[in-house]
Design a protein around this ligand. Structure first.
Ligand code: UDP
Length: 501
């Protein structure tokens, strides 16, 4: 069947690696489930250029380009992705993504696609949690719309609740609860707030963006999550109650396969994927701590020093993906000798105890290696899913967004995490980090790994489809497609009866 005869599904992630990755995983999952859909991936030119290079040659995914001129939004030239921007410019990227709604390029791209498909509109548009405005475009064009959250249910529920209520502004105490959370009391501490929420007063740029974005969700019909019903019920029921117009459907875990990742990040330095895998092969099972803070966050230089000392002090094997510290330009030349304890890289490489990888590592391959014991992570949801999907417990050091609530949930509700640090500004002491490493890789190791393996089994079942059995995510996704098809049939019927009349 030619593409123009197939039903098309349009995917539009926010311009950040942590968003593009789960969308790409979703695209590949749909492609694998049913080749009768034509999948279109929408994004800005530079992001698509990178994606084109990273897809397997057998993939039939197509791209729809939305023009984007970073300098007209006050962003540095060629900046189309949060992983190349310093923190103070991230809001501008969010605002730029929102202002795309006024340029009609997305709407025009969908109209052009419809024309190419002999007047048949897409079956659905699935867009990012931060691109709420696309729901209104879908509504205007009569297309079924879904929001896909790469974040988990609990983490996103806390995040949304905070933006809607700003409860921390109304109390003097350090502890406060989320007022609209009826699924059990959720108590947070002020140190668990991402900087933009902590500083929000309701009238600042972030508050305005979030308010407008969340209110645009009412035009959508479905809310998909990269999570699993069985272990994320509190957060999912929050959304079912708060947004009754949205069908909430967990469809995880969606993890981007290895072949599609190679060129997504900006790998630098001399340590290649092959070096890392060979090094891991040489290590005993469950003996390595993997350390990474994701695609866009970094810690401060003093925190880096303490972490470096702790890694050496713990005498455990480690792989640490190092990005420039917070105070330094994100695209700066790598200066390990300034940012890390003296002689750190050379010493640990020579003893074979640790590898420092610059900027970007093949994370999923590392986490699936038998030598990895635990993951010291910022608790971005992709990292969480990738870690637990391999039965690897987490040492949480949340830094931004909903990561604080992910860490809390993993520790308090799931028993697969120990928090080791919090935020980019907090003072951490190497001795305390060493204690936590010893805990997770020592006395608590077996218990935490057993619990993480149970989560892994739940995740594996979620997409299993055998005769007479549909895993919860497989069923959820099937129901979502049925809804979209029903919506299409209804629209077609209305159109047909209008023409007939
Ligand atoms: N990632 C990777 N190598 C790195 C850093 C990140 O492959 O060195 C991938 C990681 O596997 C995950 C994504 O980038 O899929 C990061 O997403 P996450 O939600 O964990 O955090 P974010 O980067 O959005 O803060």
């Amino acid at each position: 069947m030619e593409d123009d005869e197939k039903q098309s599904i349009v995917l539009f992630p926010f311009m950040g690696q942590g968003h593009i990755i789960p969308f790409l995983a979703l695209a590949l999952q749909i492609e694998q489930l049913n080749t009768n859909y034509a999948i279109y991936f929408v994004n800005t030119p530079l992001n698509l250029k990178k994606l084109r290079a990273s897809l397997p040659s057998s993939s039939s995914i197509r791209f729809l380009e939305i023009p984007f001129s970073s300098s007209s939004y006050g962003l540095p030239p060629a900046s189309e992705n949060s992983d190349t921007l310093p923190y103070h410019l991230i809001l501008r990227l969010f605002q730029a993504s929102a202002s795309l709604q006024f340029k009609s390029s997305f709407k025009e791209a969908i109209q052009a696609l419809t024309a190419r498909c002999h007047g048949r509109p897409p079956l659905c548009i699935i867009s990012d949690i931060f691109l709420g405005w696309t729901a209104n475009v879908a509504k205007q064009l009569g297309v079924y719309h879904a929001i896909f959250s790469g974040a988990g249910g609990f983490g996103l529920a806390c995040y949304v609740s905070l933006w809607l209520n700003l409860p921390h502004r109304k109390v003097v105490a350090h502890h406060f609860s989320l007022p609209d959370f009826k699924e059990g009391t959720v108590k947070l501490h002020k140190t668990q707030l991402p900087t933009n929420i902590a500083e929000a007063d309701g009238e600042d740029g972030w508050s305005i963006f979030q308010r407008e974005n969340l209110s645009a969700w009412v035009d959508s019909q479905s809310l998909l999550f990269n999570t699993v019903e069985e272990f994320d019920q509190i957060g999912l029921s929050y959304f079912r109650r708060k947004f009754p117009g949205l069908r909430v459907r967990p469809i995880g875990p969606l993890v981007l396969g290895l072949k599609s990742r190679d060129r997504i990040g900006n790998t630098r330095g001399v340590i290649t994927r092959e070096t890392i895998l060979k090094w891991l092969d040489s290590k005993p099972s469950s003996s390595v701590l993997y350390v990474s803070f994701g695609s866009m966050n970094t810690i401060s230089s003093s925190q880096m020093m303490q972490l470096g000392k702790a890694l050496e002090g713990s005498q455990k094997n480690f792989i640490w993906v190092v990005r420039p510290p917070m105070e330094v330009d994100i695209n700066a030349e790598f200066k390990g000798e300034e940012w890390l304890p003296e002689g750190f890289e050379e010493r640990n490489r020579a003893t074979g105890r640790g590898l420092v990888v610059q900027n970007w590592a093949p994370q999923v391959e590392i986490l699936s290696h038998r030598a990895v014991s635990a993951f010291l992570s910022h608790c971005g949801w992709n990292s969480v899913i990738e870690s637990l999907g391999n039965g690897v417990p987490v040492m949480g050091w949340p830094l931004a967004a909903e990561q604080f609530f992910n860490a809390k949930y993993l520790e308090e509700e799931m028993g697969v995490c120990v928090e080791v640090g919090r935020g980019k500004k907090s003072e951490v002491k190497s001795e305390d980090i060493v204690k936590k490493i010893e805990e997770v890789m020592g006395e608590k190791k077996e218990m935490m790994r057993r619990t993480a393996r149970k989560v892994k089994e739940t995740m594996e079942k979620a997409w299993k489809q055998r005769e007479g059995f549909n895993g919860s995510s497989a069923k959820s996704f099937h129901d979502f497609l049925s809804d979209a098809k029903q919506h299409r049939e209804m629209k077609d019927m209305i159109l047909f009866s209008n023409i007939a009349n």
